[in-house]
Design a protein around this ligand. Structure first.
Ligand SMILES: [Zn+2]
Length: 175
């Protein structure tokens, strides 16, 4: 069992970063016909270890904010990511927040919201995360440019993993 640092909740297990599959499907019309994009079986949680540096950042955040940090999407299987892309494509083709080459597929991206945090609070947190990324203990230390973040407003970026009513932050490693 992982031991928590003083004042910090117990570190999250890898399973907490595993995005849940919906089992649903989306049909898109393409130039060469219609194609069905089916998600992985409902309730399945394909796991993949999250990059240690990303985990360290999330844990630093949880030490500061506790259980208010809610992970909505960590690792996505290729199939779930493609379904997520198609889901958004079917609804808002011009503002697609899901990359077909998402870093979520290699355990290098995580989405979360913070209970009680508005858009502006998440923007301030974004700056803090960049500072933290440059100050992690060796061998995780990187520079503030080691991460890329984006804060989605309430209603924006609603892929199947983020159908909640809160603004949220996408955090990913660049390398
Ligand atoms: Zn994301």
């Amino acid at each position: 069992m992982a031991i928590a640092a003083p004042g910090c909740p117990a570190p999250l297990p890898d399973s907490a970063y595993a995005t849940r599959c919906t089992g649903l499907a989306v049909t898109l019309a393409h130039q060469d016909g219609r194609k069905i994009y089916r998600d992985c079986p409902r309730g399945a949680r394909p796991t993949h270890p999250l990059a240690p540096k990303l985990k360290a950042l999330v844990e630093k955040l949880r030490c500061a904010l506790g259980d208010r940090v809610v992970i909505t999407s960590g690792f996505r299987s290729r199939r779930h990511n493609l379904y997520s892309w198609a889901y958004v494509q079917a609804r808002t083709p011009r503002a697609n927040p899901v990359s077909r080459n998402s870093r979520h597929m290699v355990g290098k991206a995580v989405d979360f919201f913070v209970r009680g945090y508005a858009y502006g609070d998440l923007k301030r947190l974004e700056t803090k995360l960049q500072q933290w990324a440059g100050r992690l203990p060796a061998p995780l230390r990187g520079s503030s440019k080691a991460i890329w973040t984006h804060v989605y407003r309430k209603g924006e970026g609603r892929d199947p993993d983020n159908l909640h009513p809160y603004p949220y932050l996408h955090l990913q490693l660049r390398d």
